[in-house]
Design a protein around this ligand. Structure first.
Ligand SMILES: [Fe+2]
Ligand SMILES: [Fe+2]
Length: 188
């Protein structure tokens, strides 16, 4: 576990907040340097937060028996696929195109960008676990609903873990990246 491990950090590390202090979150929406592409990128983050929250609360509801298993199965397969697929594409673009551009613009934040890239690798493992458990659960629903029910606690662990992970990662990423974009007037 490194000092910047997502499982222990409580927010963007102080030494990476140099520009965040100059460009606090409350100022972003009306800032003249906030490009349309940056708004779109923030919008993608909102959709990831929503999807993760849906997966987490749906699983809780099916455990509490306030959501029918067949409705849950449809939603899990639809929203789970959407989250996994879109996150993979998003991370690939960030690692290979977006972060190198930011690093070139402001090398002071190289360590922060590496930290975010490490988060992405860890997220790959979480998404893989979620996919495996969700597929097993969906298959068991047809074969043996009682066994499927036993998979629910594993599913709850994975959906809850991804929800917490994404909340931390996306917030730290925005706190690091948006001030760099605003300061250097990038992507306008
Ligand atoms: Fe990211
Ligand atoms: Fe992102």
């Amino acid at each position: 576990m490194t000092q910047y491990d997502i499982n222990v950090r409580q927010g963007l590390p102080t030494e990476m907040q140099t520009l965040l202090r100059e460009y606090p979150r409350d100022d972003w929406p009306d800032h003249p340097n906030l490009a349309a592409s940056t708004r779109n990128w923030l919008g993608a983050h909102s959709s990831f937060r929503q999807l993760a929250a849906i997966l987490q609360s749906d699983t809780q509801q099916v455990i509490d028996k306030t959501l029918a298993q067949e409705d849950h199965a449809k939603r899990l397969s639809r929203f789970g696929n959407l989250l996994v697929h879109n996150l993979h594409g998003h991370h690939h673009w960030e690692d290979h195109s977006f972060f190198p551009e930011l690093e070139e613009a402001d090398p002071r934040f190289t360590r922060g960008l590496e930290m975010l890239e490490t988060d992405h690798h860890e997220m790959d493992g979480l998404l893989e676990n979620l996919t495996g458990t969700a597929n097993r659960y969906l298959k068991l629903l047809h074969l043996s609903p009682t066994d499927a029910e036993r998979e629910l606690s594993a599913l709850e662990t994975h959906t809850g873990g991804i929800d917490r992970f994404l909340t931390r990662h996306l917030t730290d990423e925005e706190d690091l990246v948006v001030p760099i974009l605003l300061h250097h007037r990038l992507r306008g």
